[in-house]
Design a protein. Structure first.
Length: 290
């Protein structure tokens, strides 16, 4: 009798975005798959490095679906643009209007958002117990900002003040948040100094602070020790904002936790398997160490 040897499951996955060569996400997914005894390849589709633009998004999705990919993550600046090319959205992704995970299943493209749970879990586990979170200033109202804003609402923030270089985008997000979570809980900020002076914490949901987008979304002079400050950027791990906030005596929380927890959710969507957050965290730290 011939003995049949089981063949490990195989998954093709990846990340779509711009200027993502420094991403550590491939290491997180591939290491977790190795630990679970499955084969997973995670490729970067960097529109900047590959000479593509937003017009190529549809063609790339077509090609990946045809090639048998299980799915892809999506990052800046395509988390909202990708929606037009999908067949279905999860209820949470539809509410937020932003997608960071696309699954190819039964000939359909389904959009999810694991940034919300990733950010919420990072804030919940990363801030000291008893930290005030009633009033928050958030910089950025794009795809990532929509996810962090909804997460803040779910965590019980009573007053979220939004700032964005695109005033119409900030207004649209504030209106969506109030419709979903209660009138008056989100407003568009007019005076950054006054908003920060009345806040418990600050969230940077812009790409500012990345190696390709240097700088800080918050002037150093506005940072006070009573504030907590968190950043969704994780490369570098300590952005200019977080460094200046730490020097000012603020409680700081970097973007590593959000990255890890959103990857846990995406891994499950791609493979149907539960990822180990602690193991993914160890992989993240090992990748940072080089």
């Amino acid at each position: 009798m011939t003995q049949t040897r089981s063949v490990p499951a195989r998954y093709l996955t990846g990340l779509i975005g711009r200027d993502i060569q420094a991403s550590l996400t491939p290491r997180l997914h591939e290491s977790e798959a190795d630990a679970q005894g499955v084969r997973l390849v995670y490729r970067l589709f960097d529109f900047a490095a590959d000479g593509m633009d937003g017009n190529d998004l549809s063609r790339l999705l077509d090609a990946l679906q045809l090639a048998g990919f299980a799915g892809v993550n999506v990052t800046h600046p395509y988390k909202q643009a990708v929606i037009a090319h999908l067949d279905e959205l999860s209820p949470q992704a539809a509410q937020i209007g932003s997608v960071n995970t696309v699954v190819f299943r039964d000939g359909r493209r389904i959009g999810y958002n694991t940034d919300v749970t990733g950010f919420a879990e990072n804030l919940r586990s990363g801030l000291p117990r008893g930290t005030a979170t009633d009033r928050v200033v958030q910089m950025g109202a794009g795809g990532a900002g929509a996810a962090t804003a909804h997460a803040l609402m779910d965590l019980g923030v009573t007053q979220l003040t939004l700032f964005d270089s695109d005033g119409n985008r900030a207004t649209a997000l504030a209106q969506a948040l109030c419709a979903a979570h209660g009138a008056g809980r989100a407003v568009v900020g007019q005076d950054l100094g006054a908003a920060v002076a009345g806040a418990d914490g600050i969230v940077n949901a812009t790409p500012m602070g990345m190696a390709v987008h240097p700088g800080s979304a918050i002037p150093r002079a506005l940072l006070e020790p009573r504030l907590w400050v968190t950043d969704i950027v994780y490369f570098p791990l300590e952005t200019q904002l977080l460094r200046e906030a730490r020097e000012a005596g603020c409680t700081t929380l970097d973007g590593s936790g959000m990255t890890i927890f959103q990857a846990v959710g995406a891994f499950q969507h791609f493979t149907g398997r539960i990822a180990d957050p602690a193991r993914m965290g160890a992989s993240f730290r090992a990748a940072l160490a080089g």
